[in-house]
Design a protein around this ligand. Sequence first.
Ligand code: FHN
Length: 435
Amino acid sequence: ICSSVSAQKMIGTETDAQKEKRMEWWKDDRFGMFIHWGLYAQAARHEWVKNHEHITNDVYQKYFDQFNPDQFEPQKWAKEAKAAGMKYAVLTTKHHEGFCLFDSKYTDYKAPNTKAKRDLVREYVNAFRAQGLKVGFYYSLLDWHHPDYLVDAYHPQAPADKSDASYAKLNKGRDMAKYRQYMRNQITELLTNYGKIDILWLDFSFPNKNGHGKTKDDWGAVELVKLIRKLQPGIIIDNRLNLEEYKDGADFETPEQVSTEELAKYRGKTWETCQTFSGSWGYYRDENTWKTHRQLLDLLITSTSNGGNLILNVGPTARGEFDYRANRALDSLAYWMHANGKAIYNCTFAPDTYKVPEGTKLTYNKAAGKLYVQLFNYPQGKLVLPGYKGKIKYAQFLNDSSELLYKEANGNDLELTLPAQKPPYEIPVIELTLQ
Ligand code: FHN
């Protein structure tokens, strides 16, 4: 049993330096698109609708029968993601509902058998690769449709009384070993039939609830990671297979929907925060809690300034389009990223020697010798860089490369002169060239 030894070494033979190299592109790219798409988009009231409303497979079948993504054009999705500055994408190939967007030979509960009559995953992979984005798959460990998946506390048919007897009755005849094999077969299809896959986002594990949850080996996690890494040696895996004693079997932590203040806790680790534009991952027609442009920029900048990634989610409609609210958010991000993307890509947190000027956040590109000062509050007339005397040799606005003049002040500080007119960005960025 490997305990302190990195599971990576136990599960594979990779050294820390090799792992660093494998993950280099992912850390440099910083920004990705999550796409939650499935039959739940047809219900249009959250991807957990089957659980929330305790819907049986028979009743849920209406969404399968109705599903007809006639407006699905993944090239449009890919172009929008690229324009918004996203460098990779992760699509739900199967979410908890158990519906497969890909042509699996292990189930009939799949997109080619709906009015779509297509392998939606294949079209996604081709379109995003054509735009130069890395492609990832999300695959749900939970499966509320599969007959062998154990009914647990999250299952839509979980017993109201939560008693052992009720669970036992519901789980009579269910064989988790068969479900584990189904998972292995499908993950093998996904990692064999679609070319090089860059990310695998497995989701999610949880402690054993009411004796009917999932234990650490319900997924056959160690064998599964060995299979994944054998099929796709360069792939990057998230941490939700919950390899208790093999925590290192995962490549990155996944703080979900956390506040920007909480992101500082992850500084120095390898992580990606997953966030929605709204509250739901799947398309939710009547939802109106949408993050503002400033909140989205804050998530992106604060993630980078703490050395982590942001994956921002879109929930397409059942017809296969991003809705107007997602398009509006993506367009606003595209406008900012077009001018200021250099403050995100290949950047991380700044060394402590660079104090954070009042009302700003810092990102740092060590290789380029650049420090980026994000002006969350636009100062009137000047910005003091505390203790920066002798540390920089040039200053400019990033968006138009217009020079910013500065002078020494207060002994060890520098004072930048800023125009009264704020640059036309919610959060303008100053690029400092370091000595
Ligand atoms: O239950 C899922 C949820 O629907 C969504 O897929 C998120 C994305 O990180 N993961 C689980 C909740 O943590």
